[in-house]
Design a protein around this ligand. Structure first.
Ligand code: C2O
Ligand code: CU
Ligand code: CU
Length: 524
């Protein structure tokens, strides 16, 4: 039976769930809720993705070489899992560059099929974006280059070939791309971290935990389903609506990870790198933590909370305080109400242990280390009062946006260089969707006409769309015009994206009009 047919029939069943009682879908539904609290051993040290090495080209550009390859990864006892990775068998190195730096990537496709690598959250020319129009053939090397021109932020990279993004990402081609700038004073790998921190203090910049892998910890969170031979399976829940939902959680490719805390404050750079699963992060003792940054960089001020939703593609930087000797677990709690009719099947009622934090008996109190979170972090987004050149409406429903499916050769519209636009986005069916825009970071002006919640007051490139609510997003298109090479906007639930919930726009100079996509790039 086709998934949606099942959903329809079953949707009626959910209304009177007891009617189904034992047997068949009723039992399936009753057991669909997962709770792994207390069931995870947490016996593997959290792997920290290595920082990508770089060389300096004659042009002065910093060159990173990324090899996409197939391999095997031992996640658990027994057979290794066939995976894909970047410069390794699973996931890829963390690329780190400073604002103002010229970077060049050499992406070598060592796989047996075409793929691509997209720099999610990056402001850059469309031809360098790594979307569906920049496929890399097997054996080929693609060399995009650009100058980093945006605030410090936690970005990431993943494949973006049309129709296979979900599959290629699920296999493991994912890594972080961290942007540093003076505002955020993160270490650059060569400077002594504590010296850098003191310098930041005297410069009046926010003093944040910034030693990679020590008190500034990347956390690439993914759900995966394994078969009996330890192979990844595309397990789409019967009657589910979002694509693959795994029942085991990997952080940086580690199953059951623990992290040894050595400092009183730790910054976690959380990335929801799952294809479809929504997380509702919190700690096992419900301790509060501070959200300091969203997709596009630091918030104006930290926001204290005990729960934080993160939908696929979104990032959050949080700072957590630890006491000497304690143990506390990061979890994902249920998100009642966000999943719609099939919510339980798609994991919205799950409670999952994610990572254990084990604090040392004495936590380092080095003079240079931050001991409290600065009250002010950065300038707040400033588009609320801007002159708006165009308003557009986007309705997401039935694997389409505004009633249209993605077509490789159709550019949906052009925006003008130098202008601010407001896009009003609504999720108009019963399932979870989110909305991601390439090239820009946007400001959420309002949600249903009201000021957005604190976690939506910073720069974003991906926003969770609660069913029925109207999100008004303001964005400025500053440069990188190209009438013929589009940027994407889409739902970041990867199966939805592959199924067509995506569109394309170009950035135009004053005298340009929307061009055409060359046949070479328009292949399906
Ligand atoms: Cu993270 Cu268009 O993608
Ligand atoms: Cu993107
Ligand atoms: Cu969607």
């Amino acid at each position: 039976m086709e998934r949606r047919t099942v959903l329809k029939i079953f949707g009626i069943g959910i209304g009177g769930a007891v009617v189904l009682g034992a047997g068949g879908l009723g039992t399936y539904y009753a057991t669909a809720r997962r709770d792994t609290v207390g069931a995870i051993d947490f016996d593997s040290p959290l792997v920290i993705p290595p920082l990508a090495e770089s060389t300096v080209a004659a042009s002065g550009a910093r060159v990173f070489t990324l090899g996409l390859q197939a391999g095997e990864t031992a996640f658990k006892d027994g057979p290794a899992t066939r995976t894909w990775g970047v410069n390794g068998s699973y996931l890829g190195p963390t690329i780190r560059a400073r604002r103002g730096e010229s970077v060049q990537l050499a992406v070598h496709n060592g796989l047996d099929q075409e793929t691509s690598l997209h720099w999610h959250g990056m402001h850059l020319p469309a031809a360098m974006d790594g979307g569906p129009h920049q496929p890399v053939a097997p054996g080929a090397t693609w060399e995009p280059a650009w100058t980093v021109d945006q605030r410090a932020a936690t970005l990431w990279y993943h494949p973006h070939v049309h129709g296979a993004t979900a599959d290629h990402t699920y296999r493991g081609l994912t890594g972080l791309f961290i942007i540093d700038d003076a505002e955020d004073d993160a270490e650059d790998g060569s400077a002594d971290a504590s010296a850098a921190n003191s310098a930041a203090n005297s410069a009046g910049q926010p003093n944040l935990p910034s030693t990679y892998g020590v008190d500034d910890v990347p956390m690439i969170v993914q759900d995966r389903a394994f078969d009996r031979d330890n192979q990844f399976v595309d397990r789409i829940p019967l009657a589910g609506s979002l694509g693959v939902i795994g029942d085991e959680i990997l952080v940086n490719g580690t199953l059951g990870p623990y992290f040894d805390v050595t400092t009183g404050l730790v910054r976690l750079r959380l990335l929801n790198a799952s294809n479809a699963r929504l997380y509702n992060f919190g700690f096992s003792d419900d301790r509060r933590f501070a959200l300091i940054a969203t997709d596009g960089g630091l918030l104006a001020e930290p926001w204290e909370t005990d729960r934080l939703h993160l939908s696929p593609g979104e990032r959050a930087e949080i700072v957590v305080a630890f006491e000497p000797g304690e143990t506390v677990d990061l979890r994902s709690y249920p998100s009642p109400g966000l999943g719609g009719a099939s919510g339980r099947l798609d994991g919205f009622e799950d409670r999952l242990d994610v990572c254990r934090f084990r604090a040392a008996d004495t936590l380092s109190d080095d003079a240079g280390l931050p001991t409290e979170i600065p009250a002010r972090l950065a300038d707040a987004p400033d588009l609320a009062g801007a002159t708006v050149a165009a308003e557009r409406t986007f309705v997401l429903a039935s694997d389409q946006i505004n009633g249209r499916s993605m077509a490789m050769d159709r550019i949906d519209f052009g925006v003008r260089e130098g202008t601010v636009e407001v896009w009003e986005v609504t999720n108009d069916n019963g399932f979870l969707h989110n909305f991601h825009v390439h090239d820009v970071q946007f400001q959420v002006l309002t949600v249903d006409g009201a000021e957005p919640e604190p976690h939506l007051r910073g720069w974003k490139d991906t926003v969770l769309l609660v069913q029925g609510r109207r999100y008004r997003l303001a964005m400025r298109f500053t440069d990188h015009t190209d009438p013929n090479v589009p940027y994407m906007y889409h739902c970041h639930l990867l199966q939805h994206e592959d199924d067509g919930m995506m569109g394309q726009f170009v950035v135009l100079a004053e005298d340009e009009s929307v061009g055409t996509i060359s046949a070479a790039h328009a292949h399906p």
